[in-house]
Design a protein around this ligand. Structure first.
Ligand code: ADP
Ligand code: MG
Length: 643
């Protein structure tokens, strides 16, 4: 589960263009309105300087109007420039009206921009979530939860900001610059050319700084991620931190990272301050140049004062957008990285069933045929395991930690897949290769209780009844009764409505396991797997649950995984696993009869341990979280490291 950030960003995946189109679904219309309204804003920005120019040159002065013909005829109807000279308020009103209309368009632009961005980001999240839901279990095990969440939040936001803020503003800037330049060239070519020549300097300057700022931003982002990872780990692992008195150490660790993060931000703000300050200086210098040239042009009689004022206004409209454009170019790379990180997820292949995948009856015999398996980038773990489980029977699996017991049942549930070319053997149920079945169907028909069950932050009833919608309360209680949980639940003040998990009651390990068993029982699946799921309940409860299960499981085929021989002794058949090899199999009676057998040795050690314990006081054993007694542990260790 290492961090694959670097590697992943290089793998590419879906082409960026296609990815964007994918996300734009549903928000294209909003984007179109947003772009059109920004066009209108840019165009309206051109108007007021012309009114000023007309006022100065033709109303106050006596130059012929440079306004379009339809405006001139409207002015003539009002009585011409002479009449306007008497009623200057009309010109003022025109300026205000233009500003008003412009404000309305700005409002619409903002509104539709937000609509576009939010629709887009919603599409993105939905798509990501849907995709992540259908990615293979192996993918989830390989990726860090924090990393996936960061991609789905921060990276989505970066892309959103880019599309909504940067992209539309780039469009607006390009239009604004183009319009300003066009008007400027129409007013005075030489002066306009001078202004144009200075623009690349500003653009280069801000692109250069923009890149630097971009990389500093990235540093900050990454360090923010580290900081929140420390906080998150501490919150979820609060018990370990308290129990081991690690508060001081954790505080120091947080402080160190916090310091680093803060200093990075300070460095970034220094750079930003320099960027904006020098940028202002540069823009000022540019204005100075045009001002000097403009004054000369005016003095030479090539330009009227009003036109000059208007020209300077357009010129000043150029500088800011150009600086902004430089920053945006650098933002582009940031958004590009985020997009690639998203496309990594979206282009990871989802689980797919084979063509003509079937849904056969799963009440048949289960056969593992020479199963070999290795986790990705790991040495082989299961070395050619073959066995047969009769339909409706109970098979016990005994083995030390890490011997591959859980892996065996993951393969049965197709949480991990055997190689498609058959080199890893195959698993069949009722003669049908599980690889040919629909994965969802297979999993629905295999009830699994994992060693460390996960309960959702919901009520107990909801947790147990999660397998089917609107499960009647009687069925939930019946399942809980079989799992020996009903009595415990009834002792809770709120019974089955007790809220568990975060911000609720914390169940003991054994209670959680029993809740998980109850949850699995409601599924009524033909194949049931108990993966060390009685490890946290004491021996008596273990026996009681098994007794209940025996009389309620009917014709289900059961896999019972445990490190306790006492849990397994009543199974119809027992498999003994040692470091990925099936070293013994048989009934309990046959296995303890075998001289020097691993099973027999473990059985004897565990029995001796149990008797010793019986001699001691039996109180306080109601439901301890961890009940593996020392001798048992030793017995398992012995099993692991014999020779
Ligand atoms: N997703 C994984 N990737 C790599 N190695 C794994 C993965 N899951 C388990 N392992 C390794 O495989 C071995 C067997 O694990 P497991 O089947 O859980 O054993 P058991 O259930 O018998 O304790 C262990 O050494 C474990 O570290
Ligand atoms: Mg296990």
């Amino acid at each position: 589960m290492k961090r694959n950030k670097e590697k992943n960003t290089k793998t590419g995946g879906i082409p960026t263009g296609r990815l964007l189109l994918l996300f734009l679904k549903g928000s294209k219309g909003f984007f179109a309105v947003s772009i059109l309204t920004s066009l209108a804003v840019a165009a309206l920005d051109m108007v007021n300087p012309q009114i000023i120019r007309y006022t100065v040159d033709s109303v106050i002065g006596s130059e012929p109007s440079a306004l379009p013909a339809f405006v001139n005829s409207a002015i003539d109807r009002l009585g011409g420039p002479a009449a306007l000279r008497e009623k200057l308020w009309i010109l003022a009103l025109a300026v205000v009206l233009v500003a008003l209309v412009s404000a309305v368009f700005r409002y619409l632009q903002r509104l539709y921009n937000t609509k576009a961005a939010e629709t887009l980001v919603k599409t993105m999240r939905d798509r990501l979530f849907r995709h992540i839901q259908s990615l293979p279990f192996a993918w989830h095990m390989k990726h860090q939860t924090g990393d996936i969440i960061q991609r789905c939040t921060s990276d989505v936001d970066t892309v959103k900001n880019f599309l909504s803020e940067q992209l539309t503003s780039v469009l607006r800037i390009v239009i604004q610059v183009a319009l300003s330049l066009a008007v400027m060239y129409s007013m005075n070519i030489r002066l306009a050319a001078a202004s144009t020549l200075t623009l690349p300097v500003i653009l280069l300057y801000s692109a250069f700084f923009g890149k630097k700022i971009g990389s500093r931003f990235r540093d900050c982002d990454e360090n923010e991620g580290l900081l929140s990872a420390i906080a998150q780990e501490n919150l979820t692992g609060v018990r370990v931190v308290r129990a081991f008195g690690r508060e001081k150490y954790e505080r120091e660790r947080f402080r160190a990272q916090n310091d680093k993060y803060t200093s990075l931000w300070l460095k970034l703000s220094k750079l930003m301050a320099a960027f904006w300050g020098m940028g202002d200086l540069l823009s000022g210098a540019q204005v100075l140049i045009i001002l000097t040239l403009g004054v000369q042009t005016c003095l030479a009689g090539e330009m009227k004062p009003g036109a000059f004022i208007a020209f300077m206004t357009y010129n000043s409209m150029l500088s800011w957008p150009i600086r902004r454009l430089g920053r945006t170019i650098s933002e582009l790379s940031k958004a590009g990285i985020s997009l690639r990180r998203l496309s990594d997820i979206l282009s990871s292949p989802v689980e797919r069933d084979r063509e003509n995948a079937c849904e056969p009856d799963l009440h048949g015999d289960i056969v593992f045929d020479n199963v070999r398996f290795a986790y990705e980038d790991c040495p082989e773990l299961l070395h050619g395991i073959s066995f047969k489980v009769k339909a409706g029977s109970t098979v016990g699996i005994l083995g030390g930690t890490g011997s591959g017991k859980s892996t065996l049942v993951y393969l049965l549930d197709r949480l991990y897949e055997l190689p498609a070319d058959g080199s890893g053997g195959k698993i069949t149920v009722g003669g049908v290769d599980i690889a040919d079945m629909r994965a969802r169907y297979l999993r629905k028909n295999i009830g699994m209780v994992l060693q460390e069950p996960y309960l959702f932050s919901r009520s107990l009833a909801d947790n147990i009844g999660i397998t089917r919608e609107n499960l009647p309360m009687e069925e939930i209680r019946e399942a809980a009764r079989i799992a020996c949980l009903d009595e415990t639940v009834c002792s809770f003040a709120e019974g089955y409505n007790t809220f568990v998990g975060e911000r609720g009651v914390t169940l003991s390990g054994g209670q959680k396991q029993r809740a998980a068993i109850a949850r699995m029982l409601t599924e009524k699946a033909p194949i049931l797997v108990f993966d060390d799921s009685l490890s946290a309940v004491d021996a008596e409860t273990d026996a009681a649950i098994r007794k209940e299960l025996d009389s309620h499981l009917g014709d289900a085929t059961v896999f019972l995984i445990s490190h306790r021989t006492s849990t397994l002794m009543n199974a119809d058949w027992i498999l003994v696993l040692d470091r990925g090899r099936l070293v013994e199999q048989g009934t309990h009676a046959a296995l303890i009869a075998a001289e020097n057998g691993l099973y027999r040795r473990i059985y004897e050690i565990q029995r001796a341990g149990a008797e010793e314990e019986k001699g001691e006081e039996a109180s306080g054993r109601e439901d301890p979280g961890e009940t593996t007694s020392e001798p048992e542990k030793e017995a398992m260790e012995g099993g692991e490291s014999r020779e």
